[in-house]
Design a protein around this ligand. Structure first.
Ligand code: FDM
Ligand code: MG
Length: 213
């Protein structure tokens, strides 16, 4: 049986990730593909609840600690993700380790460099495709404005976008397909489906899931 693929959505808050992620999952499953939807942070686990409390301002965490909790929240899901992929199920995830790196690094804490932030992610399954929904912080904010959560602030989002741009220039960025998220929902949807279908049909079934190195 061909293995499932690992497809990830990344982008700023309000870039349309969640909507597009849901749309792709329904599209693929309507076409008979076995597909599972996940999101990070997964707020349903005990670690995820600590993250949720932090994001909602109900608790404080030291910058490195919250970074490691976000990473732990991915690691606790690895066995399940791998089991799905090995069983032929494609896993579509709303945010992954790129968000983990850039949001923490955007805090400008001198000992939370992008390189430091990336270390705990090494060894995680590497996506077959990362769909990066690109939008400026200004345009994202026009979409109903920022919510109440901790990172939904213009200055931080500007730095996050810059760091996503920096990542695209590195080896990690070779997984990225950049999609102009300022287009209409339907145009974005069409592009995403095209890339996802090409990923699903062209990834060599014999090739094992790669790891983040
Ligand atoms: N976020 C998300 C991080 O800071 N690190 C991570 O590893 C992940 C997965 O959490 F501001 C940030 C990004 C965002 C916030 O995510 C909540 P959602 O997708 O908006 O729920
Ligand atoms: Mg959000």
């Amino acid at each position: 049986m061909p293995r499932g693929k690992l497809i990830v959505f990344e982008g700023l808050d309000r870039s349309g990730k969640s909507t597009q992620c849901e749309s792709l999952v329904s599209y693929l499953s309507e076409r008979g593909l076995s597909v599972k939807h996940r999101r990070f942070p997964d707020r349903t686990t005990p670690i995820g609840q600590m993250i949720n409390n932090y994001l909602q301002g109900q608790s404080e965490q030291e910058d490195h600690v919250i970074h490691l909790l976000f990473s732990a929240n991915r690691w606790e899901a690895v066995a399940a993700i791998e089991a799905d992929i090995n069983a032929g199920t494609t896993v579509v995830i709303d945010r992954y380790y790129y968000s983990g790196c850039v949001y923490s690094a955007a805090k400008n804490n001198p000992s939370l460099t992008l390189a430091w932030c990336r270390h705990p992610e090494e060894g995680l399954p590497r996506p077959d495709l990362c769909l990066f929904l690109d939008i400026s912080a200004e345009d994202a904010a026009k979409r109903g404005g920022w919510g109440e959560e901790r990172y939904e602030k213009k200055e931080l989002q500007d730095r996050v976008r810059q760091l996503f741009t920096d990542i695209r220039a590195t080896d990690d960025g070779s997984d990225f397909v950049t999609i102009n998220a300022g287009q209409s929902l339907e145009e974005v949807e069409r592009e995403i489906r095209r890339h996802a279908e090409s990923c699903i049909s062209t990834t060599d079934d014999a090739s094992p899931l790669r790891r983040i190195q």
